[in-house]
Design a protein around this ligand. Structure first.
Ligand code: GLU
Length: 462
């Protein structure tokens, strides 16, 4: 058997972190088994689906590096196929047309509530042996309902949650085709998983209640059942469901906040799965390890501090040339033109160790291109009368030396000797004046990143 997995987002918004995690598990599982991973866009909610969302989903998948082997398939391009299966099912007696109007359904539910019963479709249009149905009313466009088995138990061994059983008595006859000919999720998903030969379905556990219907439809069609794995939701750091109101929940947002895709994958993977005590791993390692075991049954909590730590780790490992391009892009969004990638790579190498995100890295490097405004307290604390003469001497020396780290360091040493000062007196003054802050990496290396003219100009008003 070839393992085939899929991710099936609805394009009614960005790619949610929960969906990204499911996509990651599905992708890694397929890769681990040498199988295939399929992308399907579930766009049957016509009113809420947008091309913008489709594009965001595709961009996010590409950014995360979750390459799919087939797709994207679009459900709205498969309507003929769904209609054909619906006709077959009606002919086979596993589906039927229902002509209830919305008013009738309301009245049905009202009466059930009044009797203290659970509200459900009462099967009034379901064909039964020896039952004569009324003629279809004029002018009512029917829906098609699935004739769900009325007894027995639906059982599956969930890859994440273990054995789950639900009695068919709990489930009513689900609408599978709307009056406008658009299928509902639970039907289209089955036909697609069947046609696309999906063997393993990973998805969020909000779908657990849908799975019995889906299993019954697979059975009614004589289609092979995939295995299901329902991953618990991700909780926000406040213990409530991760939601937009309380912070970023889209992959795109984290991209914009300056996180690296390898860090997002690493962090998302650990939110609901473990491999021993490993906290930091590459995608290759994940593929090697991800065999569907050690998936957590209970919800994981989003931990921004841990994500920052993971990102800081991968930022340190990242190639400086790659960071340079990301910093350039980030500065570009701030209207700061920084054209020399080799220069930005040197700057990235110098600052990346003290940053958590690309945005922070750009915050550091921006000072090379944009005027800084040292705070008065810092000026008073560090640019004292005792060091000012030394700063002037150094400025004069810097005006004529070769512009590289070693020569700058030598000029600083000579200045210190000439003025009988120590580095901890001079360096903070230079940092405050040139960088606008009292702490930076080694000051000779930092100064060498700036154009000489900029350094001279910032040391001028002493
Ligand atoms: N379109 C569904 C969703 O986004 C897919 C669920 C599934 O994977 O079956 O939740």
């Amino acid at each position: 058997m070839t393992v085939r997995t899929r991710i099936a987002p609805s394009p009614t918004g960005f790619l949610h972190l929960g969906t990204a995690r499911t996509a990651l598990y599905s992708w890694a599982y397929a890769r681990h088994h040498g199988g295939q991973f399929v992308l399907r866009i579930e766009d049957t909610d016509v009113a809420r689906s947008t091309q913008d969302s489709v594009q965001q989903i595709l961009d996010s998948m590409a950014w995360l590096g979750l390459e799919y082997d087939e797709g994207p398939f679009y459900q709205m391009q498969r309507l003929e196929r769904y209609h054909a299966v619906v006709e077959q099912m009606i002919a086979a007696g596993t589906a039927y047309r229902c002509y209830c109007t919305p008013e009738e359904l309301d009245a049905m539910r009202e009466a059930q509530r009044a009797r203290g019963e659970k509200t459900r479709y009462d099967g009034r249009w379901r064909p039964r042996l020896g039952r004569k149905l009324p003629p279809p009313p004029e002018g009512v466009k029917p829906v098609v309902r699935f004739a769900n088995p009325e007894d027995g138990i639906v059982h599956w061994d969930d890859l994440v949650k273990g054995p789950i059983s639900i009695s068919n008595e709990e489930i009513d006859d689900l609408i599978i085709l709307r009056p406008d000919g658009v299928p509902t999720y639970n039907f289209a998903v089955v036909i697609d998983d069947w046609d696309m030969k999906i063997t393993h379905v990973f998805r969020g556990d909000e779908h657990i209640n849908n799975t019995p219907w889906q299993i019954n439809i697979f059975r009614a069609l004589g289609a092979p059942l995939p295995k299901f794995g329902h991953c618990p939701i991700i909780l926000g750091d406040d213990g409530l469901k991760l939601s937009k109101r309380r912070g970023a929940v889209s992959v795109t947002a984290y991209q914009e906040l300056g996180y690296l895709p390898e860090a997002m994958l690493n962090y998302l993977a650990r939110l609901g799965w473990s491999h021993g005590d490993d906290e930091l791993f590459t995608r290759e390692q994940m593929v090697q390890w991800f065999d569907g075991s050690h998936l957590a049954k209970s919800p994981a909590q989003w931990d921004p501090a841990k994500l920052a730590w993971v990102n800081a780790h991968w930022l340190k490992q990242a190639d400086d040339g790659r960071l340079a391009a990301l910093v350039q892009q980030q500065l570009g969004t701030r209207g700061v033109a920084a054209g020399d990638l080799e220069h930005l790579a040197r700057a990235s190498a110098l600052f990346k160790d003290r940053c958590t995100t690309v945005v922070e890295l750009a915050d550091w490097i921006e000072m090379v291109f944009v005027d800084v405004k040292p705070r008065d307290e810092e000026l008073a604390a560090h640019v004292t009368d005792a060091v000012k003469p030394a700063v002037r001497t150094l400025r004069d020396r810097l005006a004529s030396i070769d512009w590289d780290k070693g020569t700058i360091a030598a000029a600083m040493k000579e200045t210190l000797t000439a003025h009988g000062l120590k580095m901890p007196q001079l360096a903070p003054a230079l940092r405050v004046l040139v960088c606008g802050r009292a702490q930076t990496p080694s000051i000779d290396a930092v100064l060498a990143l700036f154009p000489r003219e900029t350094v001279l100009a910032r040391l001028q008003h002493v």
